[in-house]
Design a protein around this ligand. Structure first.
Ligand code: 5GP
Length: 213
């Protein structure tokens, strides 16, 4: 049987993010968003609205960088083979970050990775590992050991997802990576408004049939 489906409106997503943003600001205070495409793009853009930082009396937006990842479930033989592979289809192009780019782009920053849903956690764990590799490479390029140690300490990773499904996960988020989920859900299928290929008004009307969670 297909898992129960939860239809979500744009306002559901907006409200969930709005209610979590103050905690993200007070506990993590990001200064760079990395949106995992495509599901993380709209949540990252909404989150940015609630996470402005004031410098020299001016409210400023936090920049959003994008990475593109696809999860391919591999199937084999007659029985399905458990296992999946993340394919990196787009990554941060550090060379395009401009002349203001300092310390390779990631060092000394509080980087919040944004996605729509933490399902098996495969995508998030993969993204953290890849980001950690980039951070390590950028740290290795710093010659002064004291400066390298300072930047290493100052560089922080965090995760924000709109939904976290309460289910067994394929991997763990490292203890030094902050984790924020706007909504905890059981293992249901989440129907996001931006995936609606038919009538979005009908999609919103059908939310009344959502199971109680
Ligand atoms: P992961 O299993 O790596 O945590 O999630 C991989 C990707 O599967 C997510 O980024 C998302 O695109 C997709 N996915 C997983 N569960 C759902 C769901 O309930 N609804 C939708 N629309 N996509 C999902």
């Amino acid at each position: 049987m297909a898992p129960p489906m939860l239809r979500l409106s744009y306002n559901d997503i907006h409200n969930a993010i709005a209610s979590t943003a103050p905690r993200i600001m007070s506990e993590f205070s990001p200064d760079l968003f990395i949106a995992i495409g495509g599901g993380g793009f709209i949540p990252a853009r909404i989150l940015r609205t609630f996470c402005k930082v004031t410098t020299d009396g001016t409210k400023r937006n936090i920049p959003i960088q994008a990475v593109g990842l696809t999860l391919y479930e591999s199937m084999g033989g007659i029985e399905e083979v458990a296992g999946s592979e993340v394919v990196r289809v787009q990554w941060i192009d550090f060379s395009t970050l401009g002349s203001k780019l300092k310390h390779g782009g990631l060092l000394g920053r509080r980087i919040l990775i944004v996605d729509e849903v933490d399902d098996t956690r495969t995508t998030l764990v993969y993204t953290i590992k890849e980001m950690q590799k980039d951070i390590k490479k950028q740290l290795e390029a710093i010659e002064d050991p004291a400066e390298r140690a300072r930047l290493s300490e100052a560089t922080k990773l965090g995760i924000f997802v709109v939904h976290n499904k309460n289910k067994p996960k394929a991997g763990e988020i490292p203890g030094d990576v902050a984790y924020f989920a706007a909504v905890e859900t059981p293992d249901v299928w989440l129907a996001y408004p931006w995936e609606c290929e038919t009538d979005i008004e009908e999609h919103d009307r059908l939310r009344k049939d959502n199971p109680e969670i």
